[in-house]
Design a protein around this ligand. Sequence first.
Ligand code: NAP
Length: 245
Amino acid sequence: MTVLVLGGTAEARALAAGLVAAGVDVVSSLAGRVADPALPVGRVRVGGFGGVAGLARYLVQERITTVIDATHPFAAQISAHAVEATAAPDVRLRRRERPGGTRAPGAPGWSWVPATAAAVVAGAACTRPFLTTGRQSLEEFLGWADRDALVRVVDRPTFTLPPRWQLLCSRGPYEVAAERALLSQHQADLLVTKDSGGTHTSAKLHAAGELGVRVVVISRPPRAGATLTVADVATAVAFCRRSSS
Ligand code: NAP
């Protein structure tokens, strides 16, 4: 009996480590989006399954009885696929999700928007934005080619950035002091971020708050189904052990 962890997050890596340490047979799955991913311990498979049908087939082939969806809060499609593919009564699904909403929606200087397009509208008055929403959504900001944007991504974008944009390729976690220095050096007047949550992304929010930099936060997409959650690694490991015994 094998547990499948849908990963690509620090939470998924912590979970894989906990499951391996507990002697649970686990395979972690990564989408293969980044060139040099942080790998979880234990078995790893990389690449899409081929939609709901492909994932359902994989579960049968690999005798998976438990799926833990520990993907990023913005990875809505794979989560929806997991809900559909685990509809069979002999497969259990749980969601491990980091808390979001780092600050109350009404915090001064913060705008919460439902999608990237709305962030472009909400932040339109900026001149020196710091864009941290990831490579996949970057093209939506191309209307800001005339701004001095600082763009932080893990891997280089596949298109040529406007000449006034400055590219920073790096991967978190980040410290508050370093984020404060980065925002100050760039003289940023806006931070655009997703409500990714977790300690890995909170440093820039604290730094922006300290410096009085405006923040536009893209809210999490709605989730398909009402998947039961596991609050932490220990609970998830206990659940998987029960399920696989
Ligand atoms: P998505 O839109 O929900 O998924 C798109 C497709 O990518 C899925 O239909 C699936 O392809 C494949 N896929 C996604 N996650 C997978 C996984 N863990 N294992 C195997 N295939 C996977 O996902 P996304 O937003 O592109 O994110 C991709 C991955 O990056 C996620 O696993 C997520 O945890 C991680 N990540 C995402 C973000 C973000 O902001 N979106 C940030 C950090 C990390 P098939 O239909 O072919 O199965």
